[in-house]
Design a protein around this ligand. Structure first.
Ligand code: DGL
Length: 279
């Protein structure tokens, strides 16, 4: 608050290494259209999925600082890899010195809270980047909430590069979609629930559907994260009052804006116009 007791309001920040977070952003604006939003895609340095903990933490933190400079009191990491590898360190070690009243939230916990409700066999498949799978974050979080559920994770390291390079509709993508899914379902045919644990993967949904048995429920995170954010804002009026509500949406990319606008609209579902940002 300033000296006139006026609360400085700002937009909600939505972050991903690249385009994937736009699939979550799309669901968030459809659930919560009144708020202002800023999206940053770190396309210049994507994919994050195969990078070390130190690098993912450094890149994510640099982007968080950019959101704070843009006046965002709340940032959602719409990226499983950053949520798995960097979120806890940012919340516990970085935020207190940086902006103790601001908040950074991830996508793994809200997804873990829901996913165990869908399975009848008790076997859930989780598809993610190498980083997300190696962190075992989904195993740990789902096991805390649903001890009877077994998580079978599969890293799909080729999927994000295919998507970031705009090849997701092309025939070449079919090979790698089939490869990882065949391996997973051959190892564990009992899986009846399949989580797309990477915000890029909904772009491959049509191809994924063709490769998995029909009875398997495929779960993307957009609506889960949007519902959880809505619930968070109801439970945290001290944050809700700090958010501006003029329905504005700003898009930033660390790379080429022409490419971002061209591909970004397929993830976001409507035309977008981005600006470049240096973090
Ligand atoms: N969309 C991201 C995720 O949910 C990041 C993928 C990447 O950069 O490798 O994990």
């Amino acid at each position: 608050m300033n000296e006139n007791n006026y609360v400085q309001q700002g937009p909600i920040g939505i972050f991903d290494s690249g385009y994937g977070g736009l699939t979550v952003f799309r669901s968030i604006v459809s659930h919560l259209p009144a708020y202002d939003y800023v999206y940053i895609g770190d396309n210049a340095r994507a994919p994050y999925g195969n990078r070390s903990f130190e690098t993912i933490h450094q890149y994510t933190l640099e982007c968080i600082k950019a959101f704070f400079k843009l006046g965002c009191p709340l940032v959602i990491l719409a990226c499983n890899t950053a949520s798995a590898k960097a979120l806890r360190t940012i919340q516990q070690l970085d935020l207190p010195g940086l902006a103790p009243d601001n908040r950074v939230l991830g996508v793994i916990r809200p997804t873990a809270e829901i996913i165990g409700q869908y399975t009848l066999t008790g076997h859930v498949g989780v598809l993610g980047t190498k980083g997300t799978v190696a962190s075992k974050s989904y195993e740990i979080e789902i096991h805390k909430l649903y001890p009877g559920v077994t998580v079978h994770s599969k890293a799909c390291p080729m999927w994000v590069p295919i998507i970031e390079n705009g090849e997701y509709n092309n025939a070449g993508a079919d090979y790698f979609v089939a490869k990882y899914l065949d391996e997973l379902f051959t190892e564990t045919p009992e899986i009846d629930t399949l989580l797309l644990g990477c915000t890029h993967y909904p772009l491959l949904l049509d191809k994924i559907k063709k490769q998995v048995p029909e009875h398997v429920k495929i779960v993307a995170q957009g609506d889960i994260v949007a519902t959880s954010l809505s619930d968070y804002l109801t439970r945290h009026p001290e944050m809700e009052t700090r958010l501006s509500k003029k329905g504005q949406r700003l898009f930033y990319t660390t790379d080429d804006t022409v490419d971002f606008d061209l591909h970004g609209k397929n993830f976001f579902g409507e035309a977008i116009q981005s600006k470049q940002i240096h973090v």
